[in-house]
Structure formats: structure tokens, C-alpha cells
Design a protein around this ligand. Structure first.
Ligand SMILES: O=P(O)(O)OC[C@H]1O[C@H](OP(=O)(O)OP(=O)(O)O)[C@H](O)[C@@H]1O
Ligand code: HPA
Ligand SMILES: [Mg+2]
Length: 179
């Protein structure tokens, strides 16, 4: 698996340090409140597990699974909910957790969808942000790292369901795409 990696973009220590900082910032901002973290399956799971443990205020966890369909990689912007929340949102402080915001199509839809359920607040925390790829606007409240337009894997991010368990963020060799 390591042989497929061209370059480590963000190593294990850098990830841990940034997660610690985000946790401190979020804990301060939500002092006296309880957070409902909503993870977007499946990529966000690894980051969410670490981030939750870096937050000192009470945290509840829930998950959504969505699918943006259209022509392969170029999404149509139509997002389908495959698994909805188990929790009610009214009066809750929602923190959406994502691994990466690329075109923004997934989150642009999701934020509006969650806001319509009358939560007390909705904020978004993403580990990675590729603003150069944006097609739909997304307001990011907490941003781990802004990265260039590389296809990255590891720490939850996959290529064809592989590499999610790598403990760092890496750039794939072109050969690993099946070329
Ligand atoms: O900003 P966008 O262009 O919408 O892309 C970002 C989304 O795409 C990836 O998920 P994917 O749908 O590949 O599923 P996964 O989380 O299960 O890997 C990623 O985890 C984000 O959820
Ligand atoms: O760079 C990426 N890597 C993995 N999954 C993704 N989904 C959107 N962008 C990416
Ligand atoms: Mg995802």
C-alpha cells in the first residue's frame, strides 16, 4: 500500500497537532453547550473519531450517508440521502464533520438540508479543503488544512475504498489509479 504513495502531504504528527488545535478552538467556542457532531460517511469517520476526543465539552455523535450521482467524478449536484440521522435536530448545536470539501456539492446540499430541521446552530468542520475545485459555495467554520488540487488518500480518504487506514494524508502515484 505504501508503494502506491508518491508523497506524504501531511504526516501523522501534523495531523495530530492540527486536530488538537481544532479541538481546543471548538471547545472554547462551544463552552457551556453540547455539540451534536454529524459525520458524513464514510470518509469523515477517522477524523471524527480523533476530533471528538480532542473536544472537552459534551459531544453526541450521529451519521449521514449521502450519494452525489451524475457522470462519474463530475457530480450533477444532486445529492441523495442513503442513511438519514437518528437524532432530532431542533434546538441542537450541530457540527458537521467532513474529511474533505472538493467541489462543495455534497456540503452545499447538506448544510441547507440540516438547517431546515431547525437546529439552534449549524457549523462545519473539515479536515481538508480544496477551494480551487469549488463549484458550489460552502461556508467552512473550521478548516484543518487547505490543499492544492491533488487527489489525496489516507486518514479516512479513499481511492476505490482503499487507503482509508493510512495514518497520514498522501498523494497517490498515477500507477495506483490503475494506469
Ligand atoms: O466536495 P465534494 O466534491 O462533494 O466532495 C467531497 C465528498 O466526497 C467524498 O466522499 P465520497 O462521496 O467519495 O464518499 P466517502 O466519504 O465514502 O469516500 C468526501 O469524503 C466528501 O464527502
Ligand atoms: O482528493 C480526494 N481524495 C479522496 N476522495 C475525495 N473526494 C473528493 N476529493 C477527494
Ligand atoms: Mg465523504
Amino acid at each position: 500500500m505504501m508503494n502506491d504513495i508518491k508523497e506524504i502531504l501531511i504526516d501523522k504528527d501534523q495531523l495530530a497537532e492540527r486536530v488538537r488545535e481544532l479541538g481546543e478552538e471548538i471547545s472554547a467556542d462551544y463552552a457551556g453547550k453540547e455539540i451534536l457532531m454529524i459525520g458524513v460517511l464514510r470518509g469523515a469517520v477517522i477524523f471524527m473519531a480523533d476530533l471528538a476526543r480532542a473536544i472537552s465539552v459534551p459531544v453526541a455523535l450521529d451519521f449521514m450517508a449521502v450519494s452525489s450521482y451524475g457522470a462519474s467524478t463530475s457530480s450533477s449536484g444532486v445529492v441523495r440521502i442513503l442513511k438519514d440521522l437518528d437524532e432530532e435536530l431542533d434546538g441542537r448545536h450541530v457540527l458537521i464533520v467532513e474529511d474533505i470539501i472538493d467541489s462543495g456539492l455534497t456540503l452545499n446540499y447538506l448544510v441547507e438540508n440540516l438547517k431546515s430541521r431547525r437546529p439552534a446552530s449549524v457549523k462545519l468542520c473539515t479536515l481538508l479543503n480544496k477551494p480551487s475545485r469549488r463549484k458550489a459555495p460552502v461556508h467552512v467554520d473550521y478548516n484543518g488544512f487547505t490543499i492544492p488540487d491533488y487527489f489525496v488518500v489516507g486518514y479516512g480518504l479513499d481511492f476505490a475504498e482503499k487507503y482509508r487506514n493510512l495514518p497520514f494524508i498522501g498523494v497517490l502515484k498515477p500507477e495506483a489509479y490503475g494506469g
